[in-house]
Design a protein around this ligand. Structure first.
Ligand code: UDP
Ligand code: MG
Length: 330
């Protein structure tokens, strides 16, 4: 592999962790092995690291991270003051790593994404790419329900004009200059897999098999998944709100036809006695109106959140240099 970079890159692997005490030991062991291998073969610099971001866990996750920070030279830690959500925790990690790393790889704590994709991502980075998307080659290990809902989601996103990479979640490599650009996106409703393709730097994909969760339970129950999908769509696309206009227009056209029909019947002396049709149309139109109002409300809520410009997360503790563990908010 030809190396187009002029020095050995420092790699940070960012891992958002929410109540992950069950998998963390294995995750840290596997990631450390991958980093050590890459350092040994001189693909990355020796000060590369694993950055574990504790997203306000209630279990022993942070205690474990502190322990690893003392015992494993590769481990760095970031503790968020409260649960900020997967996307925000990941963003916090990326923004922290930006100061130290030339390239950052994000990966979930649960080992569903194959850690062996990491060397491949680095080789692509060395070959000159700024973004390397990890793409799941098979989803055989996901439940049928998760597969179908995920597929519908990707289809819908693409139809609505959001340029998301099919079967790519949040396992990806980003170069420092992509991180610099990412930092300029100030939106509160963060949907990273929609934003990264917008930045537009040279990108490629690596494929891997997705495994079942190594241990612990999914932190994305159905309700959270649905709200994530809805957030993704309304953060990236105004098509749904435009559809309201189209639906409104169609309903208006239908009502003209129905109106003419009623008028003609009335003029001919057949009084309209159709209670059923009346009730039906009231309910149908009422339903459509409520749905549209809800959708508009969703966008207004987004505007409301954005205008407040609240910080996306608060860092409570940073474990970066052993000599000076700092406490700060940001
Ligand atoms: N996660 C997080 N904050 C949350 C929810 C999840 O940091 O509020 C992390 C979690 O620890 C994991 C990753 O996000 O590393 C993906 O979550 P999970 O594996 O539970 O999602 P799934 O794979 O089931 O979609
Ligand atoms: Mg998972």
């Amino acid at each position: 592999m030809s190396n187009t970079r002029d020095h050995l890159p420092i790699l940070y692997i960012v891992v958002p962790c929410y109540n992950e005490e069950a998998v963390l030991p294995e995750t840290v062991a596997r990631l450390s092995a991958v980093i050590n291998r890459l350092v040994e073969e001189q693909s990355i610099g020796a000060s590369s690291a694993i950055l574990l971001v504790d997203d306000g866990s209630q279990d022993q996750t942070w205690a474990l991270i502190e322990r690893y920070f003392q015992s494993n030279a590769l481990v760095k830690g970031l503790k968020l003051a409260r649960n900020a959500g997967h996307q925000n925790a990941l963003f916090a990690g990326l923004m922290h790593a930006k100061a130290y790393a030339d390239a950052v790889i994000s990966i979930d704590a649960d080992l569903q994404d194959d850690v062996l994709a990491i060397p491949e991502m680095i080789y692509q980075y060395l070959a000159g790419y700024d973004v390397v998307y990890g793409v799941r080659d098979n989803r055989a290990n996901d439940t049928w329900f998760k597969r179908v809902t995920a597929q519908t989601f990707y289809r819908l996103m693409r139809k609505l004009g959001a340029n998301v990479v099919y079967n790519h979640a949040d396992c990806r490599l980003l170069s420092r200059r992509v991180l610099e650009e990412l930092a300029r996106y100030e939106e509160r409703n963060l949907f990273l897999r929609g934003i990264i393709p917008m930045i537009g730097f040279p990108a490629t994909k690596v494929y891997y098999n997705r495994s079942p969760r190594f241990a612990g339970v999914s932190k994305y129950p159905f309700k959270k998944m649905l709200s994530f999908a809805f957030d993704g769509i309304t953060s990236l696309s105004v098509t749904p709100i435009r559809l309201i206009t189209v639906v409104g227009l169609l309903v208006f056209l239908v009502s003209i036809v129905v109106g003419c029909y009623a008028l003609v019947r009335d003029l001919l002396g057949h009084a309209v006695t159709g209670w059923t049709s009346l009730m039906l149309s009231i309910w149908v139109i009422g339903g459509i109106q409520l749905m549209c109002l809800g959708l508009i409300g969703e966008y207004i809520a987004k505007i409301y959140k954005e205008t407040k410009k609240r910080p996306k997360y608060h860092v409570e503790t940073t474990l970066q240099d052993k000599s000076a563990a700092t406490k700060a908010t940001g």
